[in-house]
Design a protein around this ligand. Sequence first.
Ligand SMILES: Nc1ncnc2c1ncn2[C@@H]1O[C@H](COP(=O)(O)OP(=O)(O)OP(=O)(O)O)[C@@H](O)[C@H]1O
Ligand SMILES: [Mg+2]
Length: 264
Amino acid sequence: MQAMTVPLEERAPALSVEQLGVRYGALVALDGVTWSVRPGEVLGIIGPNGAGKSSCYDAVTAMVKRQGRVVLQGHDVTQVPPYRLAELGLKRAFQQNAFFDDLSVLDNLVAVLGRRSHSSLLGSVFSPLAATRLRGKASTFAAAQLVRFGVPAAYHDLSPKEIPYGVQRMLSIALAYGHGAHVLMLDEPAAGLGGDDMVRLVELLGSLKSEGVALVVIEHHMDLIMAVADRICVLDLGRQLAYDVPAKIQHDPRVLEAYLGKPQ
Ligand SMILES: Nc1ncnc2c1ncn2[C@@H]1O[C@H](COP(=O)(O)OP(=O)(O)OP(=O)(O)O)[C@@H](O)[C@H]1O
Ligand SMILES: [Mg+2]
């Protein structure tokens, strides 16, 4: 990871997308979208409902058929499948929460972390003690990670269904981040959050940013995105309407029109 002492503008992009396009049958959901995000930068993606924001994430993470090019850490990953992109450090949380409801909150994260740990089935048969120790280590790490991501210890043994919605949103970010990320893409993380949760989210974004994670955040809360984003990409009807710093976006007549409608 590049030293965060290098000024933001001089850092090489962690992720660049060029001319992304998505079609669902006759519907053009995304057309010619181009942006990049650097280590330690927050890129906001905003736009009215149906603008193509989630489709943009689907396009970046190869979850839909799409046009365009995706470059991660300087490597062209356009042809790389979604699970490999995650292994390469491109991580994504979804607009809808998705958990293993039969597992505790803690074990949801242990399961995600376990995908990369060495506790194989064979290992647990032939060296059960070592496997138990490894699981213990994974639990300790997961518990600390959850607290860092705004999921207090009191919720760790509950089912995700039983914890408040705001905490579920934080859990979904922790699950997406897993062992770590070069790029973390969040889809409306603040949806349904109360004031205290919102403060925790802003703190978490700040701490990930200071560690050099490149953050991409889709958000409808304008005050939140204007406060945390370094740059903002505005989508409307699948097209990129504007791409600039928040102070410019706030006063861009095209953006105001997309949100408020054409003046009569
Ligand atoms: N799987 C799909 N099949 C067909 N059309 C789709 C599909 N997914 C999205 N769409 C359409 O593509 C357009 C963009 O949808 P998308 O979900 O990307 O918008 P969004 O900006 O994320 O909206 P929201 O703010 O409501 O989450 C919409 O018109 C939507 O109805
Ligand atoms: Mg969406």
